[in-house]
Design a protein around this ligand. Structure first.
Ligand code: NAD
Ligand code: MG
Ligand code: MG
Length: 331
């Protein structure tokens, strides 16, 4: 079933330009939404903790900055862009008391609404604008004149025009230049968690590591394994991204293309596909959310152990050394 997609011609920019917007948090997504909306002519304030390191950074970028309570009180559209695991406490302590009838509460990902960790009052709109890309690319593409596509969703339509507000917000962030998809909180939450786990982050990183380890274990130099299985991945993905798998195949040799058809299904085999299905089921039935929230409540013990292991791994150490020699890479 196809999803509805709308573009600049389908959006009324004056809606978001006429609202008072509060961006809560100034991290990856927060800085991108705040700056893009400001450059789109919107009235934006950023809500931060007193003493936050981002306070000066946001002000230097030309944004109004205030406490989260003040931002939420002033605004009639409040966008929650602090980390998912922090949102329930931030909502209780700084947002809930300032929600007035007809206000709009927004999210960049559906986790807390879909799994019920935040339950807003019935008389506010609950919308989502989830850019389908990392925050720093959301900002970079906006300044370059393009834009990361957004998925927008409405969980509660208290004012009767929540969809128009969501579309207009996504326009302000730059999404209408490429496409704004209309979906549901359930769809976004589940497909986003699945994508990052099975393909984009979990699957991709593990594939690269497994390829690197296979070569190194067989006696090949780590630097060579790094360039082959890690560095070159971006070139292949860029070709797919710009012109499709077919064009990527046209650009590589027949030998490589033959090897792709021969080896790909042996690596991503029935067992891998069954594992993906299981990952999706554990997202859909809420088991993943429970496990993640329990680790957050345990001060991220498991997450931090994995992060330390990854930092120490040979592939990361090799990569750090190799990239430090690139004259063209910026910090
Ligand atoms: P982040 O970790 O980059 O930013 C968090 C910001 O929140 C910090 O910079 C700080 O300003 C603030 N913050 C942190 N701890 C806080 C606390 N205890 N109290 C108050 N403020 C605090 O977050 P993010 O990755 O931009 O994620 C924000 C939302 O956007 C999440 O819902 C996430 O799922 C969603 N999202 C993120 C991306 C992405 O590219 N990172 C992509 C799509 C959706
Ligand atoms: Mg995502
Ligand atoms: Mg995500």
């Amino acid at each position: 079933m196809a999803i509805e997609i709308c573009y600049e011609k389908d959006v009324d920019p004056s809606i978001i330009q006429g609202m008072k917007v509060a961006i809560i948090g100034y991290g990856s997504q927060g800085h991108a939404h705040a700056l893009n909306l400001m450059d789109s002519g919107c009235d934006v304030r950023v809500g931060l903790r007193e003493g936050s390191k981002s306070w000066a950074t946001a002000e230097e970028a030309g944004l109004k900055v205030c406490t989260m309570d003040q931002a939420a009180e002033e605004a009639n559209l409040i966008m929650m862009l602090v980390p998912d695991e922090i949102q329930p406490a931030v909502y209780k302590d700084h947002i809930e008391a300032h929600l007035h009838s007809g206000d709009t509460l927004g999210f960049g990902h559906g986790f807390n609404i879909h799994f019920g960790y935040i339950v807003p009052p019935a008389d506010v709109n609950v919308i989502m604008c989830a850019p389908k890309g990392p925050g720093h690319i959301v900002r970079r593409q906006y300044t370059e004149g393009s834009g990361v596509p957004d998925l927008i969703c409405v969980q509660q339509d208290a004012t009767g025009n929540a969809w128009d507000i969501a579309k207009s917000y996504a326009w302000g962030v730059g999404g209408a230049r490429t496409g704004i998809m209309l979906g549901t909180f359930a769809q976004e939450t589940e497909e986003d968690l699945f994508g990052e786990q099975a393909v984009l982050c979990g699957g991709c990183v593990e594939l690269v590591k497994a390829g690197f380890d296979t070569l190194v274990d067989a006696g090949y130099p780590p630097e060579l394994a790094y360039f082959e299985c890690y560095h070159e991945l971006k070139m292949i993905v860029d070709l797919m991204y710009e012109s499709g798998i077919g064009f990527m195949n046209y650009s590589i040799s027949n030998t490589a293309e033959y090897g792709e058809y021969y080896a790909g299904p042996k690596v991503i085999n029935d067992e891998s596909r069954a594992a993906m299905k299981l990952i999706l089921e554990r997202i859909q039935n809420g088991e993943f959310a429970k496990e993640f929230v329990a680790d957050c409540e345990n001060d991220h013990k498991w997450l931090l152990e994995q992060r330390a292991k990854c930092d120490e791994s040979l592939i990361e150490q090799t990569g750090k050394q190799i990239r430090s020699m690139f004259t063209w890479i910026k910090k």
